[in-house]
Design a protein around this ligand. Structure first.
Ligand code: ZN
Length: 213
């Protein structure tokens, strides 16, 4: 029974031509298709250095595109603000790195993220923030949507007084092509709650804290 359902799943993937949401990636198919791409661009797929390349790429894809598997979506656990005598009233900040793929050109864009929030009733572990960033980065993306998806996910789980996320990234599609503008950064941000209010100075405070001002 079990065996049949696995076989059926595999066939469905073959028919759809792509791995299904939450399903395991079809490495054999990726391998085959990459071999084709290499041939078409003029490579000798049998030469020593390239022999195992399609296989390596397929293996790497299941890692760098793990964001397509909903099973990898992190559960966001929160704690009651005030728990263990810790009561957060100010801005909690976190800085980290992310790696994603540009959905227009298929090459990486990557950089730093700066996250901040003002807790209300709940606080969230900053390692969870890193996992959420990681999950939504691990698929084909545009930077604007990536920024929004991360904030939406965290905002819904934490319901803070305000939240801010700034992504500062290098895009290889811009650096490798055309004018080859190396080291230019694209900056996107998403803000909610108190960070949106002109009267409050929390946005300035955050920019100060992360050194982007
Ligand atoms: Zn691009």
């Amino acid at each position: 029974m079990e065996r049949n359902s696995i076989k059926y799943g595999y066939l469905r993937r073959e028919i759809n031509g792509a791995s299904l949401k939450g399903d395991k990636m079809n490495k054999e198919r990726i391998q085959k298709l990459w071999k084709e791409i290499l041939k078409v661009i003029g490579e000798d797929v049998n030469r020593e250095g390239l022999k195992n390349t399609p296989k390596r790429i397929a293996k790497m894809y299941s890692e760098v595109f793990r964001g397509y598997n909903t099973k990898n979506k992190p559960k966001i656990t929160t704690f009651k603000n005030g728990f263990d005598g810790i009561h957060c009233k100010g801005i909690v900040c976190e800085k980290g790195y992310f790696f994603s793929h540009c959905e227009h050109h298929g090459v990486p864009f990557f950089g730093e993220y700066y996250f901040g929030y003002i807790p209300d009733k709940k606080i969230v572990g900053l390692s969870k923030v890193a996992r959420v960033v990681d999950f939504f980065s691990s698929k084909f993306q545009v930077q604007e949507r990536l920024t929004r998806e991360i904030v939406n996910e965290l905002e819904n789980a934490v319901k803070p007084k305000g939240m801010i996320l700034v992504l500062k990234a290098r895009h290889l599609c811009k650096e490798m092509r055309g004018v080859k503008k190396v080291n230019g950064h694209m900056i996107t941000s998403e803000v909610t709650g108190l960070f949106l209010e002109n009267k409050s100075n929390v946005k300035d405070e955050f920019m100060d804290l992360i050194g982007l001002k």
